[in-house]
Unconditional design. Structure first.
Length: 166
């Protein structure tokens, strides 16, 4: 379940409707509906919704680093790399057979917190940072546009991991 849907579910459990959540967060109701449907949103949207729903978002370090890169445990079950590709295939819609690295690079130049957090959880923050550094060596206009946002998101994820293991 996406972060957005978890926030909306937590709000509902507190008796806060989606319409009220929109009002409390200062976001248009259609933006929330779009984020819910696509299961992705900007960090600003996630933060505003979490604050309005009175929930806190945290990052927890993976305790067992010996697991294989093909699967990783998360709160609601197992996610496979194939699953990540299926959930985010719109990133490379023109190439249905794109490699995982291609998909991750596309996620880095179209930054959204929940998507990059999911990618970091599945392949590791080091791998994600390595791919991002590679893209920045010969930056395209897309990389230059995404750089401030992607750098900030990756830093927040890295900081979250560091806090979790401290």
């Amino acid at each position: 379940m996406s972060i957005i849907n978890q926030i909306i579910r937590a709000a509902k459990q507190q008796g806060i409707s989606q319409k009220t959540l929109a009002s409390l967060s200062g976001l248009p109701a259609e933006s929330i509906s779009r984020a819910k449907r696509s299961e992705s949103a900007s960090l600003r949207t996630v933060h505003a919704l979490a604050r309005a729903a009175k929930v806190q978002i945290g990052i927890v370090a993976i305790k067992n680093h010996a697991r294989t890169p093909a699967t990783v445990s998360v709160a609601d079950g197992k996610l496979s790399l194939q699953g990540f590709a299926q959930r985010h295939k719109s990133l490379v819609w023109s190439n249905p057979n794109a490699s995982l690295e291609t998909l991750l690079r596309a996620a880095l130049v179209k930054p959204q917190f929940d998507r990059l957090l999911e990618a970091a959880t599945e392949v590791g923050i080091k791998k994600l940072n390595s791919l991002w550094r590679g893209l920045q060596t010969h930056p395209s206009p897309e990389v230059l546009r995404a750089a401030p946002i992607t750098n900030r998101i990756l830093k927040h994820i890295q900081d979250g991991y560091q806090q979790a293991i401290a």
